[in-house]
Design a binder for this molecule. Structure first.
Ligand SMILES: *Cc1c(COP(=O)(O)O)cnc(C)c1O
Length: 239
C-alpha cells in the first residue's frame, strides 16, 4: 500500500527535479551568474523520510526543515551523510538544543536571545553554527524576522557572540501575486546584503542570500538570491 503511495511521489520528484534545476539555471543566466552559483535547498516539511531519501539518492544535497519535532522524527532515518541540513522555520530559544550538532545552518535568527542560546550551546560543544539573519522585509506583524531599519544594529549585536558565524540573510516576503512588488522586496534584500557586505564587519560574511520559494524562485534569483528554498514544486502539493 505504502509502496504505491511512494512510487507516485518518486515519479513526481523525478519529473520536477530536472525541470526546477533547469529553471534555476535559466534565471541564473538571466542575472549574469552561473547555475552553480545558486543553491537549491529542498524544503522538506511534511515530506516522508522515504521520499526525502529517494531525492537524496537522486542527487539532492541541501535540505531544510522548519519544525523541530518533525526534524527530530526524521533525523535518525535520514540518509544524511554528505548532506547540508539546515533549519529554516521559526525557532523557539528552548528548542535550539535539539538542533546544535545536527544542522549546519539556522536561517531564522531574529533575536539576540535566540542567537545567544545558539552561541552558548555551540561554545559548550566546541562547534560553530552558521546563521542567517531573517529579515521581515514586508514589516508584517505576526511574522518572524528583524525589521530592516534594525538590521545593522542587530548584526552588530550578534556578530560578537562566540560559536556563531553570520553567513547571510533570509527573507519570506509577503504573499503577493504581483511579481513587480515581489521583485521590489527581493531587490531591497539584495541591497541590504550588499550594504552589509560593504561594512566588512568581523565575523560577518554575506555569502548566502536565501529568498524565493516554489512560486517565485526565478524572480528571487534574478534579483540576487544565492539560495532558493523549494518545497511543493519539487515534492508535490503538501497533503
Ligand atoms: C515551506 C517553506 C518553503 C518552501 O515553500 P514552497 O512554496 O512549498 O516551495 C520555503 N521556505 C520556508 C521557510 C518554508 O517553510
Amino acid at each position: 500500500m505504502t509502496e504505491k503511495l511512494f512510487a507516485d511521489r518518486f515519479e513526481a520528484f523525478d519529473r520536477n527535479y530536472p525541470e526546477i534545476m533547469e529553471r534555476i539555471a535559466q534565471a541564473a543566466e538571466r542575472s549574469g551568474r552561473r547555475p552553480e552559483d545558486i543553491t537549491m535547498l529542498a524544503a522538506t516539511k511534511t515530506v516522508p523520510v522515504e521520499v526525502i531519501n529517494y531525492a537524496i539518492s537522486k542527487g539532492l544535497t541541501c535540505l531544510g526543515e522548519n519544525r523541530v519535532q518533525e526534524f527530530l522524527d526524521k533525523y535518525d532515518r535520514l540518509d544524511k551523510s554528505g548532506c547540508d541540513l539546515q533549519f529554516i522555520g521559526q525557532l523557539q530559544t528552548n528548542k535550539v538544543k535539539y538542533l546544535v550538532g545536527k544542522v549546519n545552518c539556522i536561517q531564522s535568527v531574529d533575536s539576540v536571545k535566540l542567537a545567544g542560546e545558539i552561541s552558548r550551546l555551540c561554545v559548550r560543544d566546541g562547534l560553530t553554527m552558521d546563521v542567517l539573519v531573517e529579515v521581515n522585509i514586508g514589516r508584517e506583524e505576526n511574522k518572524g524576522g528583524v525589521n530592516p531599519e534594525h538590521l545593522v544594529e542587530f548584526i552588530e549585536q550578534i556578530r560578537v557572540l562566540p560559536g556563531i558565524h553570520v553567513n547571510g540573510l533570509m527573507a519570506i516576503p509577503p504573499i503577493c501575486g504581483d511579481k513587480k512588488i515581489l521583485c521590489r522586496y527581493f531587490s531591497a534584500m539584495k541591497q541590504y546584503y550588499v550594504d552589509i557586505q560593504g561594512k566588512s564587519m568581523d565575523n560577518v560574511d554575506m555569502v548566502c542570500l536565501s529568498m524565493g520559494m516554489s512560486s517565485d524562485f526565478s524572480e528571487a534569483i534574478e534579483c540576487g538570491a544565492t539560495m532558493v528554498r523549494v518545497g511543493s514544486s519539487l515534492f508535490g502539493a503538501r497533503l
